[in-house]
Design a protein around this ligand. Structure first.
Ligand code: DUC
Ligand code: ZN
Ligand code: ZN
Length: 412
């Protein structure tokens, strides 16, 4: 279960996501993933219901694997809070993401509280993108004044302290409301300390991390020419010490979920990373990196293969826990009588050198080009039927089912 990926999501800057609901889920399947939970994102001023209808149209008849939707709530007006969101939660959209950054997405603290209170009333799970927007804006302006606009400065504009502060604040708001909450794409030790402290007090704060935070560092934003733009995502990759912190958090239970945050933009494209050309400020580079196909092989190889996490933890982080937290369990996330028989048969010995040419997404690069991994999905089944075997897709476009989600299980 890849519980965090973006497909065919319209943007406000004119960039275009390279993967839609055909290529994204296809790529996921080849990487051993049988369920994806992408986002249906409300635009400010738009009805949430209209956003959901729009994403259903985008997805209809396309996905080769099963999919659910998280909502993204950007405009919690009385209509949304009073009617649309409660109705949608009851219809099976039981999780939604909110932002503390990006002008077109962010909520203020009062709005966050209102949304958290609604999540408590209706039994939904709030996912939060935690970075301090005003600090980022101030730092970005200072960097731009100093002419420091190359991709590497993206990391300076969004430092760990900005993430730590917003994480602390979000946790405090959830504590005031007394409701569970999940912090997405946590990048390193500073934010993790806030989460671990909250959990040690018994708060139901959950956390997700992603491949980029165990495998990339800010040095990957500092490549020749504009190449660093390939690794611009938010929060940015940090440093080697952060990677170690994240590994510890995967092993010790600070993290419950490991997702890709697949946010696919082509590199060599005027609708992708080069939207404003090669000399553009980091500020104008679309945010996000691909990874829906490489998520499981990377965690297996680096985590299980190198003894950092157990095989059971690998399964919990990538399937069971996201299925439980997002109300898809026990249909998904376990092998048991009555469940869906979504099974990935793994070859733990197979050695693969990752190259973009062998991947099935529609992006023209992978951040993991040339990386050697041991272990790869051999056969992938959905509902007992073969989806992928011997590197070939054995399924029809559109055979994936839309999943409604039940009540989040936050007893973990
Ligand atoms: N947040 C995401 O969840 N994905 C891509 C970029 C971002 O800021
Ligand atoms: Zn985010
Ligand atoms: Zn994301």
């Amino acid at each position: 279960v890849d519980a965090h990926c973006h497909f065919d999501q319209p943007t406000s800057d004119g960039s275009v996501m390279a993967d839609d609901f055909e290529s994204g889920p296809r790529s996921a399947a080849f990487g051993g993933t049988t369920t994806v939970i992408p986002f249906a994102c409300q635009q400010k001023g738009q009805s949430l219901r209209a956003a959901v209808d729009d994403y259903h149209q985008r997805a209809d008849g396309k996905s080769v694997i099963d999919y659910a939707f998280h909502l993204i709530v950007t405009d919690p007006n009385p209509q949304v809070l009073g009617q649309e969101l409660p109705a949608l939660i009851r219809e099976g959209y039981t999780s939604f993401k909110i932002y503390t950054t990006y002008d077109d997405l962010k909520l203020n603290d009062r709005e966050i509280i209102e949304v958290l209170a609604l999540a408590k009333r209706e039994g939904a799970l709030t996912m939060i993108h935690a970075e301090n927007s005003d600090a980022i804006a101030w730092l970005t302006e200072a960097l731009e004044r100093a002419g420091q606009t190359a991709p590497q400065f993206h990391a300076d504009a969004r430092p760990p302290i900005a993430e730590r502060e917003a994480t602390h604040r979000a946790i405090s708001l959830a504590e005031i409301v007394d409701v569970p909450m999940l912090v997405v794409h946590v990048s390193g030790g500073e934010a993790m300390e806030q989460i671990a402290h909250a959990r040690s007090k018994g708060l139901r704060v959950f956390a997700e991390t992603c491949p980029q935070y165990i495998l990339l560092t800010r040095d990957d934003l500092d490549l020749d020419g504009f190449e660093g733009a390939k690794h611009i995502c938010s929060p940015p990759p940090r440093d080697a010490q952060s990677q170690e912190s994240v590994w510890r958090g995967l092993a010790n239970g600070t993290f419950q979920v490991f997702s890709s945050d697949h946010a696919p933009f082509k590199y060599d494209s005027s609708t992708g990373k080069k939207l404003r050309g090669e000399g553009a400020s980091f500020l104008h580079v679309p945010n996000g990196i691909p990874g829906v196909e490489t998520r499981l092989p990377l965690l297996f190889s680096e985590g299980v293969g190198k003894g950092r996490i157990s095989l059971n933890q690998f399964v919990a982080l990538t399937a069971t826990n996201p299925a439980r937290l997002y109300g898809l369990y026990p249909r998904k996330g376990t092998i048991t009588i009555g469940a869906d028989a979504d099974i990935t048969i793994w070859d733990p010995e197979r050695e693969v050198t990752i190259t973009n040419a062998q991947l099935h997404h529609n992006v023209d690069y992978t951040p993991y080009e040339g990386r050697r991994v041991t272990g790869w999905p051999e056969t992938v089944l959905q509902r007992g039927e073969v989806l992928v075997r011997d590197g070939a897709l054995c399924a029809e476009k559109g055979q994936g089912q839309f999943l409604t989600c039940g009540v989040p299980d936050t007893a973990m």
